[in-house]
Design a protein around this ligand. Structure first.
Ligand SMILES: [Zn+2]
Length: 140
């Protein structure tokens, strides 16, 4: 594992926004992590979609998440693609949010301390041009 700070300067690619994901990206631009929650069974739904994974209800509404979770798994990528092509290396991780859903993101601001499965993390937002912000996670 690299002990560099490369991931603190990750590119901020412009997301493709669909009607189902627009609230998420609007929240990110305000520095708020929003998740869709089911109005019937109250579970969080991820990724954003028209119906709840657990019960099939279409009564979903967006609420602010805690922004806290833990690393389910991670890897260091040394040869990225697209916007990440020029990035020396970065951490790609699956984050289990405290709301019960698993999100793919990057780990940033981890310094020289080794990352580990189960490590607590919190969301940070990286603002780019084009009115874009991406949620990423840093160790708590
Ligand atoms: Zn439900």
């Amino acid at each position: 594992m690299s002990d560099s700070q490369h991931t603190d300067t990750l590119p901020i690619p412009v997301p493709v926004v669909f009607p189902e994901t627009e609230p998420f990206w609007k929240g990110a631009r305000k520095g708020i992590l929003l998740l869709p929650f089911c109005g019937h069974c109250a579970k969080a739904v991820w990724y954003p979609k028209a119906v709840c994974n657990a019960c099939g209800s279409s009564e979903l509404d967006w609420r602010e998440a805690s922004g806290l979770g833990q690393i389910y798994s991670f890897t260091e990528v040394f040869k990225g693609e697209g916007a990440y092509r020029e990035t020396p290396s970065y951490i790609l991780a699956l984050i289990d949010l405290d709301e019960g859903v698993r999100m793919l993101s990057n780990i940033v601001e981890y310094g020289a301390a080794p990352l580990h499965i189960g490590q607590r993390v919190q969301v940070v937002f990286h603002n780019g041009s084009d009115d874009t912000a991406l949620p990423r996670f840093k160790p708590v």
